[in-house]
Design a protein around this ligand. Structure first.
Ligand code: FAD
Length: 466
């Protein structure tokens, strides 16, 4: 009898497994893929960041190194090599997770997991045999899959999801990205940097819609400057592969219904993701889902069956690996009798484009909507010594603090290494810090992090660098 059986070995599942094992529980984890790590390690966070990094090196070699007095000639793209490197990064990490399971004595089964009863999980193993695991608790961590659009068939060759877009064998001459969220902007950036003419078609009136609007606007402008094209308030109503392997795409304006056609070499459908619970056997124990397919849970992540928990992309909330991890850990701790919890206000969000956007807490729009009085401080990277030395001066930091108490309410960064800089703001908010706390803390000179301090000082209009 196991204490905990986990279905799905993505960030939620494998992190939960490690924590449960650390707390002395007997744990098994089931994964239907051939490798562990879920969407994130196999076809999500990691391969996309590997390609973003490689494509950034390519652009720098072509256009930016010369500003540093480094002259290179004959720069050539070796896409096959770039893809091989990405695959190596992925396999190193997925193997690492397998090692982590072994080290923590988590029994790992490769197969399809299904709830048979509230205390039994049936596993269809890779060799076709079936095994039943008896368990006191079950953690559902089956994650999510990409959305599709009506009338558009993803073939992963010409019309691709993010998975196909991470593996294109050639740089498409022209590419359409449907959806201006973080996946579309990141993968659109990769292919644009590698030479594709990329057009992003976005239904709404802004890209990076969940981010602070002013920061999102700056990113939009910057990506346009780099060469990405945007068709805003527009939708793709049809995409068909033709005999000449071009994709005919019909785009309709949301504002006036006017239509235009484009012929492109690849279409990326990045219109969001949906929770995945197919074949999981939720009905056998009457576990409820909401209208969008997310498994319904209470504050302790319990489904309607109290010993069956759900975490990660399978439940409502930002579909992010670090959010999934924290939920996996929280459930392991709750099962072990500890007060596991997740602070959703401090989940950081990052878009790994150039420049990066990183954000935590409330946006200005949310504060206005909630009628929370706030003061804002800003600082541009152009006035930061380290950014100048790096030659990466685009962007700014914005700090939002409560007008009366000075408590930090949100931090929004667009600029170099924003993804790493946001960690300081997350910790500060987790500790209930004020902008004054940030402003009075040492920040080594010269570092990009000084821009955060200066923005905190600017809440009180006393920024001082340059
Ligand atoms: P998943 O990672 O989806 O894992 C679920 C696992 O369960 C899968 O491996 C699946 O095969 C398995 N499974 C499903 N059903 C069964 C079953 N019945 N039996 C056995 N196994 C089953 N997030 C970030 O935070 N940062 C990023 O930079 C980032 N980049 C991304 C880029 C892309 C292109 C994509 C697609 C996603 C990205 N994400 C990113 C999102 C992130 O990948 C997800 O939020 C995260 O993987 C969710 O973790 P999870 O454990 O809930 O689910």
């Amino acid at each position: 009898m196991f204490d905990l059986v986990i279905i799905g070995a993505g960030p939620a599942g494998y992190t939960g497994a490690v924590r449960a094992s650390q707390l002395g529980l007997k744990v098994a984890i089931i994964e239907k893929r051939k490798t562990l790590g879920g969407t994130c390690l196999n076809v999500g966070c990691i391969p996309s960041k590997a390609l973003l990094e490689s494509s950034e090196h390519y652009v720098q070699s072509l256009h930016e190194l010369k500003d540093h007095g480094v002259e290179v000639s004959g720069v050539k793209l070796n896409l096959a090599k770039m893809m091989e490197r990405k695959s190596k990064v992925v396999s190193g990490l997925t193997q690492g997770v397998l090692g982590l399971m072994k080290k923590n004595k988590v029994e790992t089964l490769f197969g399809f997991g299904k709830i048979k009863s509230k205390n039994e999980v049936e596993v269809k193993l890779e060799d076709g045999s079936t095994q039943i695991l008896e368990t006191k608790n079950i953690m559902l961590a089956t994650g999510s899959v990409h959305n599709t659009l009506p009338g558009i068939t993803i073939d992963e060759q010409f019309i691709v999801s993010s998975t196909g877009a991470l593996d294109l064998p050639n740089v498409p001459e022209k590419m359409i990205v449907i959806g201006g969220g973080y996946i579309g902007l990141e993968l659109g950036s990769v292919w644009q940097r590698l030479g594709s003419q990329v057009t992003v078609v976005e239904y709404g009136d802004k890209v990076a819609g969940t981010m602070d609007a002013q920061i999102g606007k700056l990113l939009h402008r910057s990506l346009e400057k780099q060469g990405l094209k945007f068709l805003m308030q527009a939708k793709v109503t049809e995409a068909k592969v033709q005999n000449d392997n071009k994709v005919k795409v019909v785009i309709e304006s949301v504002k006036d219904g006017s239509k235009q056609e484009m012929l492109v070499d690849a279409v990326l459908v990045s219109t969001g993701r949906r929770p995945y619970s197919e074949g999981l056997g939720l009905e056998t124990v009457d576990i409820k889902k909401d209208a969008r397919g997310f498994v319904s849970i209470n504050k302790k992540f319990q489904t309607s069956e109290t010993n069956i928990y759900a975490v990660g992309d399978l439940i409502d909330g930002p579909m992010l690996a670090h959010k999934a991890e924290e939920e996996g850990v929280a459930v392991a701790e709750i099962i072990a009798g500890k007060p596991g919890h997740v602070n959703y206000l401090t989940v950081p969000g990052v878009i790994y484009t150039w420049p990066e956007i990183a954000s935590v807490g409330y946006t200005e729009e949310q504060l206005q909507e909630k009628k929370i009085p706030y003061a804002s401080g800003k600082f541009p990277f152009i006035a930061n010594g380290r950014a100048r030395a790096l030659g990466m001066t685009e962007g700014q930091v914005k700090v939002l603090a409560h007008k009366d108490t000075d408590e930090l309410l949100g931090v929004h960064i667009i600029g170099p290494r924003a993804s790493d800089m946001i960690a300081e703001a997350v910790v500060a908010m987790e500790f209930g810090a004020s902008s004054e706390d940030l402003a009075r803390s040492f920040h080594a000179h010269p570092t990009l992090s000084e821009a955060l301090r200066e923005a905190a000082l600017d809440v009180d209009k006393r920024a001082r660098q340059m």
